[in-house]
Design a binder for this molecule. Structure first.
Ligand code: AMP
Length: 175
């Protein structure tokens, strides 16, 4: 099944020069969604994972399904101010300015084996911030899984440099 053909590309969104890789068309396709989750989960079937950490917001969709398939728990990595309990926070750079990701300070016990999940990796800033939070809580990162990788932006290489093995189902050229 060709999952790449189910991704819709929207040129110049949200601003000129960006090719937005819209995964909603893949998620809406029953066969495509099923195949995507099976392929995302595949490398971890033989590796014990305790928790899947999904990054808000599109990461939640695949992370929940992967957690169900692997028979493990889910923890949210959220944008600032959304989590109700005590949090730890990590700032990260955007193209203009910064943003913040947060996790509940008790969302994983030390030594938990964690898989990071988001829809897409570009520069890797978002996933790196999530990785720092998980490591700060004492989690062991087993890998990071994405539907889409934009290799020219270097995010996958950045994560590998941090000792995090990246699994991405498809690659697109450009930004
Ligand atoms: P980054 O931190 O640069 O790796 O950016 C990854 C985050 O931004 C992910 O949560 C993506 O959903 C979103 N993102 C970045 N670039 C794109 C793009 N070209 N198309 C769709 N989403 C993108």
């Amino acid at each position: 099944m060709d999952l790449k053909s189910l991704i819709r590309t929207i040129p110049d969104y949200p601003k000129p020069g960006i090719m937005f890789r819209d995964v909603t068309t893949l998620l809406a396709d029953a066969q495509g969604f099923k195949a995507a989750i099976a392929r995302l989960a595949e490398p971890y079937r033989t590796e014990p994972i305790d928790l899947v950490a999904g990054i808000e917001a599109r990461g939640f969709i695949t992370a929940g399904a992967i957690a169900d398939r692997l028979g493990c728990g889910f923890v949210p990595v959220r944008k600032k101010g959304k989590l109700p309990w005590k949090t730890i926070r990590q700032e990260y750079a955007l193209e203009y300015g910064t943003d913040v990701l947060e996790m509940h300070e008790d969302s994983l016990a030390r030594g938990r084996r964690v898989l990071i999940v988001d829809d897409l990796i570009a520069t890797g800033g978002t996933a790196e911030a999530a990785a720092k939070l998980i490591r700060q809580l004492g989690g062991e990162i087993i890998g990071a899984a994405f539907l889409v990788d934009l290799p020219e932006l270097g995010g996958a290489a950045k994560l590998e440099g941090l000792g995090i093995k990246v699994h991405a189902l498809m690659k697109f050229e450009g930004h």
